[in-house]
Structures are given as C-alpha cells and as structure tokens.
Design a protein around this ligand. Structure first.
Ligand code: HEM
Length: 399
C-alpha cells in the first residue's frame, strides 16, 4: 500500500506480547483504528485488522485471497527452529500441492472436504472415550513425576501428539518416531519418510482414520495423500499443547478461576471457549490479499493490499467482549475468533474442544489443589510459525 490513509508510519508486530497479556500496543492500535499499517518481511506495507467486527468481515469475504503468502515476520525469525535439509521431489510436490491455507475457492474446498469427515462434531464426539483414556494415562505420568513437574512436557504435549496420531491413523509402532519428528522437529526428508511408512501401513491395514479415508478417496493422488498428512501433522498439534499448558497458567494466575471448575467440572466446556479466547495463539492469522477495492468498516482497502487479521486483538476487543483482559470462565465467550472464521476456519476445532474439555476436566477433578510454580509464559518470548503465533513453553506445577 502506498501512503497510509490512516496517517500512520510503518509498524512491525510489537515484541512485548505474552500469551496471557498481549502487548498494550495492540490495545492502542485497536482504539485508534480498525485497520493499522503493518510491515511485511519483503518490505511492503499492508494492514492489520485490530477489531472484532472487521476481523470477522475480512475472514468471511471471498474477495480476499490467500495468495500470495507474505508473512509479517522476518526471514531470520521464520528460519529459526525450522528443520532444514533437502526434500525429494515427491515430498516437495506433496507439500506444495496441499498448502490448504494458501488456496482459494474450489481448489481449497476440494482438499478441505477430503479431510473434514474425521473432524466433524459427531466424529469428534465418538473419539471422546479414546481421548479420555489418553488424558488419564498422561495424568498418571504427571502425578508420578511429582510436584515440580512440567505440565507441558508430561501432559499437554503427549496428549496432543497421541490424539493426533490416533485420529490421523499413524500406527502405534511409529508413535515414538512421530512424536520425536513432529514435536521436536526433524529434517524434512525424515518427516516425509516416516509419513510414507505410516501410509504404507494403512494401505495394508486400513482403519477408522484419516489416512485410510484419504487412501480410499479416488480423487486424490498419492502425492496429495502424503501432502495432506504432512499438512495435518503440522496443524493444530502444537496449538493443543499450547492451549492446555497456557490455559492452565491463565486459570491458576487468576484467583478463583481454577476453583470454579474444581467446584463444578460441568463448567469446563464453557470455560474452554473462554480459555481459547483469552489465550488466543494467533497474533496474526495467515495474510489475505484484496482482489478488488473492498470497504471494511469505514476503511477502503485498495486492490492488492495485504491484510492480516489479529485474532489476539479481535478477541480482546472491548466492543465485543466486556472487560476482555479478565479471564472469566463463567462468561459466554462463544463467537471468539481463536479458531479463525469463514472458509478457512479451523478444521480441527471440534476435536480440539473434546481434547481441551477432557484435559481440563481431568486436571480439576484429580488435582484440585494444582498450583503454578513457574512458567516462561509470563515473559515475552519469540513468536512461532511463519505467521505470528505464541509458542508453548514449560509450565512447572505443584499440587
Ligand atoms: C486449540 C487448538 C487449535 C487452534 C486454536 C487452532 C487454530 C486455527 C486457526 C486460527 C486457523 C485459521 C488460520 C487462518 O485462517 O489464517 C486454523 C486452521 C486450520 N486448523 Fe486449526 N487450530 C487448532 C487445532 C487444530 C487441530 C486439532 C487440527 C487437526 C489436525 C487443526 C487443523 C487445521 C487446519 C487443517 C486448518 C486449515 C483450514 C483451511 O485452510 O481450510 N487445527 N486453526
């Protein structure tokens, strides 16, 4: 965009945000305008949406395209922590052809439809007993480790990777490698070699899972099956781990909030909505580009302008949520944008709700006296992912 109509200079994302306390700069921007200038890593200027109504409007408007994908963070930040290394031609083709958040219209819908069946509300409900069993198992591991244990490493991360493997259909004998390669990161070729083994296994032994569905889908090529499995392995898993661990921090930080759930675990489903609103992970969602001049609120967004929605800022918009900087597990937080919205809204959100519900329910039931010892989530930290998201970090607890 040339010459900002709002009279701002260029700006980058503030570095002082932390998961339970977003940067005060976001509030200032939100007060000033619904869209503010944002500098992108290739040097061009775009806009960031700060307010709820405008965020929802952008996410639901098909005149915004997912292409080109221009990330609001520098290459140096993005490269940090990304496993390097070459990838064979099939692997490159697989990832390139199934980048679901980079596709529009029919091409996007085709891939999305190929995976949604296993993530519907019904399918997720049917997974509840298996999710509960994994949660119970990991809670024993946490309790066995004793007070001073890291809830992220022993509870949140294992729950997320084990449920992911179960739903996707990664066989048990590959779970350890899957956890190592996808939680801790591995060279890309190693990740793809593992996925090919997982796919071959399901070719021989089909099950009630995503890989088996993809293999049975005549419309998909082998390369697309591999790509979709990689895309799903990269999606949502770290978000679940982040949300269980950071949500626990948020509940324990605020006197009385954890206790409200201990007193009545039936409050957990509503509390989950408030936790994902309050701990929203995506400082910015994937950037969109205006394909024509579009008026959002009272701002004219010129054709070709890159627009990033700040889900963190929208979910703290005082126009939509009363006293938004306070976590209140008794409020009705539904309608938040923590899972995005519109055609690219989170595929895994119903499964996520089941996982978070079971994880928090087990904690408040078995560990009513849970206390926070320390966590880096109280400090600003590096943002993860090519778009700007908070990262999960250790959460040391006692009881
Ligand atoms: C608490 C957990 C989760 C949160 C907060 C979350 C958040 C999000 C958000 C904000 C988006 C939209 C990004 C955008 O529009 O730019 C998204 C998309 C997506 N999520 Fe999740 N997610 C979670 C769990 C999951 C799980 C468990 C899966 C399953 C594998 C998953 C799979 C996906 C996929 C495939 C997309 C892309 C959808 C599309 O482009 O059509 N997510 N998620």
């Amino acid at each position: 965009m040339s010459g900002c109509p709002l009279g701002h200079g260029s700006s980058t994302l503030p570095a002082d945000s932390m998961p339970t306390r977003p940067s005060p700069q976001l509030r200032r921007w939100r007060q000033e305008a619904p869209l503010v200038p944002l500098s992108y890593r290739d040097g061009h200027e775009g806009l960031m949406v700060t307010r709820y109504d405008e965020a929802k409007a952008v996410l639901g408007d098909p005149r915004f395209s997912q292409q080109p994908q221009r990330m609001p963070r520098s290459d140096a930040e993005i490269e940090e922590g990304v496993p390097p290394g070459p990838l064979d031609e099939a692997g490159v083709l697989a990832t390139d052809s199934t980048n679901i958040l980079g596709l529009d219209g029919a091409a996007h819908l085709r891939l999305r439809r190929a995976v949604t069946r296993r993530f519907s509300a019904r399918a997720s409900r049917l997974r509840r007993p298996a999710v509960a069993a994994i949660v119970a198992d990991q809670l024993e591991v946490l309790i066995d480790a004793g007070p001073g244990a890291d809830l992220l490493a022993l509870y949140a991360e294992p729950i997320s990777i084990r449920v992911h493997a179960l739903v996707l259909g990664v066989a048990d004998h590959l779970l350890e490698r899957y956890a190592r390669d996808y939680v801790h990161g591995a060279p890309r070729q190693q990740q793809h070699d593992l996925l090919r083994e997982a796919i071959d296994h399901r070719r021989e032994t089909p099950g009630e899972d995503v890989i088996s569905d993809l293999l049975a889908d005549d419309d998909l090529s082998d390369v697309e099956v591999e790509g979709l499995l990689h895309m799903l392995s990269m999606s949502g898993r770290d978000t679940i781990a982040y949300m269980i661990s950071t949500g626990t921090v948020a509940l324990l930080d605020e006197p009385g909030q954890y206790r409200l759930l201990v007193e009545d675990p039936e409050r957990v489903p509503a509390a989950v909505e408030e936790i994902v609103r309050f701990c929203t992970m995506f400082v910015t969602l994937f950037p969109r580009t205006a394909t024509e001049p579009i008026t959002i609120g009272d701002v004219l967004v010129e054709e070709g302008t890159t627009v990033s929605v700040s889900a963190v800022s929208a979910n703290r918009d005082e126009r939509r949520f009363e006293d938004p900087d306070r976590i209140d597990v008794l409020r009705d937080a539904r309608g938040h944008l923590a899972f995005g919205d519109g055609p690219h809204g989170c595929v895994g959100q119903q499964l996520a709700r089941v996982e978070l519900d079971e994880a928090f329910r087990a904690l408040v039931t078995r560990l009513p006296g849970l206390r926070l010892v320390s966590t880096e989530q109280h400090q600003p930290g590096p943002l993860a992912h090519p778009v700007a998201t908070y990262a999960a970090r250790p959460v040391i607890v006692s009881w």
